[in-house]
Design a protein around this ligand. Sequence first.
Ligand code: UD1
Length: 357
Amino acid sequence: MRIVYVIGTRPNFVKTAPVIAALRERLPEGRHAIVHTGQHYDRMMSEVFFEELGTPAPDHMLEVGSGTHATQTARTMERLEPVLEAEQPDLVLVPGDVNSTLAAVLTAVKMGIPVGHIESGLRSFDRTMPEEINRIVADEFSEQLFLHSEEAIENLRAEGIAEERMKFVGNTMIDTLVALEGRFREAGSAARLGVEPGAYALVTLHRPALVDGELLAETVERLVALAAEMPVVFPVHPRTRAKMEAVSADHAGLLLSEPLGYLDFLSLLADAGAVLTDSGGIQEETTYLGVPCFTLRDNTERPVTIRAGTNTLLGLDPAAIAGIPAALAERPAGRPEPPPLWDGHAAERIADEIAGG
Ligand code: UD1
């Protein structure tokens, strides 16, 4: 069997690493070709993940880089087509909902190559989010849909997608977290930053709706105010860094850093007293770890994290940051049960489906 894995961004690497490992083990004689689109390209957004996750070096680098949605998608399609022509895969596997995912699905399906979609069926029901468009297209055109939570079944049914295409396998991002747990628990990243475990807030922000417009300056102001109550650690995504420089926000009192490697980041996440984010993956990781998460968005495609009790939707409203200390004080103690099949074995179930159990 010949499989091509198409990945391009930081969360893609985390979601796909365990699937590549499980399928290489299950199909040792098969061809496992990794295509890196180059959507993320800085060392700390890309290479460090391959090293820490033990993912083999990519077989093909498309080097598409940054650009508008159309440019990034079109460039990926143009460069992926000859690779698929040469590889002649039986299956193309794609994770998540980024532009690399969209481009890979469209390219493969038009060449008549079956596609498998990891993390299928998530919906925010907000079509102004680029990721929502990417998810809908990926699910419509993928033959095998690997679902990571139960609500995905209803979401896909509502779009008329046939049950036989759906496989509820669980969350491969949690597989990676479980596999790395021994290492990140030892990492002691909080101590290195001089903050006390359980007593600081960890912040990540990168979505266009929050960082590309006027909300960013107010968000930074609110974070500076929060820092008077608890240390605020903020590894800054390159998109956000560029925008912060443009608005020249005063960020005195915040512990800003470059993007971190995954082990360092998970160490800080596991030890955080609170997390403030607009990321999808971090809503999930905090649910698994039992860390309080506050999400600066109006909606989430991951309602399971809210039902678990760890995640609170603040709305796309920086003023809500002020309420975090009070919310923490009222929060019941204890770590919830992880959602069904978030157990570290999702990738094995995907491999069973693809290679036969
Ligand atoms: C992308 C995904 C988003 C995902 C996020 C994870 C889409 C539409 N968006 O958003 O769903 O949550 O990745 O991080 O696919 N840049 C660098 N170095 C890099 C990568 C990016 O400097 O290695 C800068 C560039 O200025 C670029 C900007 O970040 O223009 C945005 O990068 P891009 O990949 O377009 O979108 P993300 O915001 O990273």
